[in-house]
Design a protein around this ligand. Structure first.
Ligand code: GUN
Length: 297
């Protein structure tokens, strides 16, 4: 039986709508406008596209959006000075430094210089620790988006076997923590995992976040399992031109799975929607106001 297609694009639109409504309420009832600052260092074309999209969507939901575009050769001291200014700016509730940074900048140092309360990426070591110990934190956007889609699809995730393929700090590790928080039995698989197909065949939920085009195939999927595809890979088409594919082979996986996210239109749109959600959450927390329901864990 063909899998149900999980429509991340539509779900992301509903998250943005909820964020927009909350932003309007903050403005009318408290005269507060949530603000997001995005910092881009250098001219990586993919990062430029993401940052433009983030700025546009931030403004569309009625929030203040500022962008700092810095030269690739900026010194660490200058970048840290900018982050200090943003930390102190009361009109800014969320700060995002687009990764990867040029090699001469210490990524950990830069991320950990962001005020954890404004760390809408959830990458600061304090937020990582809070998430790992089940405490209220800022939650990384892509895993948060995946969890929202899973919660929407499954009545309960408790007791399900989940395999996360990929162990990055941005997706794999926080995703595993979130699924543990839902009482899943979680396995993190990676490039050194022995018998990856066998590990994946046990999973009720497969999160594919390896960055390898169409690596996960239908033969590895337990019938009826849910496949959440985090990959966004551009590959050449035989007839010329390119197309976007995920880390799962959509055609074979959708024949076996119970539900699957497409690429594009699955997890991708959820990431920026969750960034907006995190910014409004951070704003509410900073003003001791009630957070919007359903926009965080
Ligand atoms: N680069 C790729 N994904 C992300 C993300 O979620 N946040 C930031 N800051 N940089 C990224």
């Amino acid at each position: 039986m063909a899998a149900q297609i999980i429509n991340g694009k539509a779900f992301a639109a509903s998250v943005r709508k909820k964020v927009g409504e909350h932003v309007a309420r903050l403005k009318s009832e408290h005269d507060i406008i949530p603000g997001l600052a995005v910092v881009l260092v250098g001219e990586d074309p993919a990062s430029q596209v993401y940052v433009r999209s983030k700025g546009k969507q931030t403004a569309e939901v009625g929030m203040k959006s500022i962008e700092h575009k810095l030269k690739a050769n900026i010194s660490e001291r200058e970048l840290l000075a900018l982050i200090k200014l943003l930390n102190e700016d009361e009109t800014i509730h969320g700060i995002l430094v687009q990764l990867p940074l040029p090699k001469h900048l210490n990524e950990d140092l830069v991320i950990n210089s962001i005020d954890p309360a404004k760390d809408v990426d959830g990458f600061h070591i304090s937020n990582v620790g809070l998430l790992g110990t089940g405490q209220k934190s800022m939650v990384p956007c892509t895993p948060l988006g995946c969890l929202m889609l899973l919660r929407d699809h499954h009545r309960s995730l408790s007791g399900l076997d989940a395999v996360v393929i990929g162990r990055s700090n941005i997706v794999g590790k926080p995703m595993a923590q979130l699924l543990l928080g839902e009482s899943c039995t979680v396995t993190i698989a990676h490039s050194r995992t022995k018998d990856l197909p066998d590990v994946i065949r046990r999973a009720d939920i497969v999160i594919a976040a390896v960055g390898r085009p169409e690596m996960v195939v239908g033969d590895w999927i337990k019938p009826g399992a849910t496949v959440i595809d985090v990959g966004i890979n551009r590959i050449d088409k035989p007839e010329g031109g390119t197309r976007l594919v995920g880390d799962a082979d959509f055609s074979s996986c959708s024949e076996v799975s119970g539900a699957i996210t497409p690429v594009p239109g699955g997890v991708g749109p959820m990431t920026i929607a969750c960034l907006l959600a995190n910014t409004v959450t951070a704003c509410c927390r900073s003003h001791d106001l009630k957070e919007p329901d359903g926009l965080t864990v």
